[in-house]
Ligand binder design. Structure first.
Ligand code: ATP
Ligand code: MG
Length: 426
């Protein structure tokens, strides 16, 4: 036998039990988006490589070493999207959605980065994100954070921390940049290799290093907060006021920066301690220069993106005992050809009668014992049993599989009515 082909490293299959959680994340996002008046945007997976170079920044990890880029058959350099904001801005400019307008948008879908795979970090992953264009804040900043808070709490994910920081405008950043380079240069030989390389090209990214010694050095670095110009400071105070008004607890983290170059002013992250160094589950901030950077007329923008796999990992940890939301309520066992034919008709009738009913009909025959074992394996709440004897009596047996309840026999003539009393418990 030849060796079977395996999936690519960092590209995951999502099997049914997990797929139910993925779907919960996506439907929750859609529901919360509707409640805040955000419209969905769906974008191509493949874009011109130039788009990401211009949007994300040439000297970011993402563009320097994580993109899946290749020349297509026409010789055009294209890339699988490493994030979705660049595409949203590209589409917004292309369709005239941004010029002198306000737009509230959300998206969900896969993104691709050639990183070292580990728990919570993959090469194909999924993001849910929101973006608001044409509003300078801080009222809209407060809205997108409130949205993120409601999204996470509706999912039932607890124990997260909200960290916020301000990166200031371009002048403050330039001043801070030179102060930071002065400070870090004193420790140059002790920095990790990536940070040494970034020291002059992109020193703010050194603040985001995950290498322990670099982190120690960074801990006493000069702080951006001391370099903010008054406008950014006022904007940041507006954020803090809004969060306090809404009762959303937060913490100011002076070292918080983002991995993509387009962020300005306020940035934020929702983090957990449950996923090791993959602790950021949702991250965002302002990117007021991005639209003009991509050739549109200037438009302020704010948004966030969350990592769906990390949310799913937390849902699995926090609700591990829960039965999959997709598990059938009923598993219909039928023994013998006549019973099978009758069961097939009854199953369709029940599906017609109960809109949301989840019913799995046994297929491929088998003894009652093995049919009941299948019912348990799929996590059904009740098994319906129809055999020769039941058929003769015009009845069906109901066995409870998740709770210890006595077996019941329901007359076939009243099956729908009697099941409607049972199902709410399933
Ligand atoms: P990190 O610091 O964890 O690398 P990042 O700053 O690169 O994250 P963003 O570009 O801001 O991440 O993406 C938003 C969110 O997408 C992250 O907070 C995270 O939850 C998720 N994410 C990013 N990269 C990956 C990945 N390779 N695998 C799974 N999720 C990811
Ligand atoms: Mg990253």
């Amino acid at each position: 036998m030849s060796k079977s082909i395996q999936s690519l490293r960092g590209f995951n299959d999502v099997l049914p039990a997990q797929a139910a959680l993925f779907r919960r994340v996506f439907t929750t996002a859609a529901e919360v988006a509707a409640r805040y008046g955000y419209g969905e945007i769906r974008l191509p997976l493949l874009e011109a490589t130039a788009l990401f170079k211009r949007a994300v920044g040439e000297v970011t990890d993402v563009v320097e070493k994580e993109m899946y880029s290749f020349d297509d058959r026409d010789g055009v350099s294209v890339s699988l999207r490493p994030e979705l904001t660049a595409g949203v801005v590209r589409a917004g400019i292309e369709h005239g959605l941004l010029h002198n307008q306000q737009q509230r948008l959300w998206y969900a879908g896969p993104a691709f980065r050639h990183e070292r795979p580990q728990a919570g970090r993959y090469r194909q992953f999924h993001q849910v994100g929101v973006e608001a264009y044409g509003m300078a804040g801080p009222d809209i900043d407060a809205e997108v954070i409130a949205f993120s808070h409601r999204f996470l709490t509706t999912l039932g994910i607890g124990g997260l921390q909200l960290e916020i920081n301000s990166l200031g405008g371009s002048e403050a950043r330039a001043n801070y940049r030179s102060a930071l380079i002065d400070y870090l240069s004193r420790y140059e030989s002790e920095l990790d290799e990536d940070s040494r390389r970034r020291l002059h090209s992109n020193p703010l990214r050194v603040l985001d290093s995950k290498v322990p010694r670099t982190r120690e050095i960074v801990a006493s670095a000069p702080q951006l907060a001391d370099h903010l110009e008054s406008e950014s400071r006022a904007h940041f105070d507006g954020w803090r006021q809004a969060l306090e008004d809404l009762g959303i607890p937060y913490q100011v983290s002076p070292q918080l920066v983002r991995g993509l170059d387009y962020y300005t002013r306020g940035v934020f992250e929702w983090t957990t301690t449950e996923l090791g160094s993959q602790g950021t589950v949702l991250a965002g901030g302002r990117y007021d220069n991005l639209v003009s950077q991509l050739g549109g007329s200037p438009s302020p923008a704010v948004g966030w993106a969350s990592g769906v796999e990390r949310l799913v990992l937390l849902l699995e940890k926090q609700q591990s005992a829960e039965v999959s939301a997709d598990a059938p309520q009923l598993y219909f066992c039928a023994i013998g050809e006549t019973a099978e034919r009758r069961a097939r008709i009854l199953a369709e009738e029940l599906r017609n009668q109960f809109g949301g009913l989840r019913l799995s009909l046994n297929a491929g025959g088998g003894k009652l014992k093995s049919q009941l074992a299948r019912a348990e394996r799929v996590g059904a709440a009740f098994a319906l049993v129809l055999g020769e004897a039941e058929l003769a009596r015009g009845a069906v047996q109901v066995k409870s599989l998740r709770q210890t309840l006595p077996d019941q026999e329901l007359p076939l003539s009243e099956l729908a009515l009697r099941l409607s009393a049972l199902l709410p418990a399933a």
